[in-house]
Design a protein around this ligand. Structure first.
Ligand SMILES: [Zn+2]
Length: 68
């Protein structure tokens, strides 16, 4: 395995780990809504994750609407 292949493999594993972390965060967020350990990567607030971020959802919603 070359260095380049190792880097690609490492990136794949990191992406997979982040996906698992996200799923675990959602799982625990669903079990305990007031879980303190969950922090949003988008706005940095506690209590929700980037996937369910109200700031991000609002930004995406306004971005899809053409500004007049
Ligand atoms: Zn957020």
């Amino acid at each position: 395995m070359t260095i380049d292949e190792q880097i690609i493999r490492a990136k794949e594993l990191i992406a997979k780990r982040e996906e698992i972390d996200q799923q675990l965060a959602e799982l625990f967020a669903g079990m305990a809504p007031a879980k303190k350990g969950v922090r949003c990567k988008t706005c940095g607030e506690l209590g929700h994750i980037a996937k369910t971020c109200p700031t991000k959802i609002a930004a995406v919603g306004s971005a899809s609407e053409p500004a007049r």
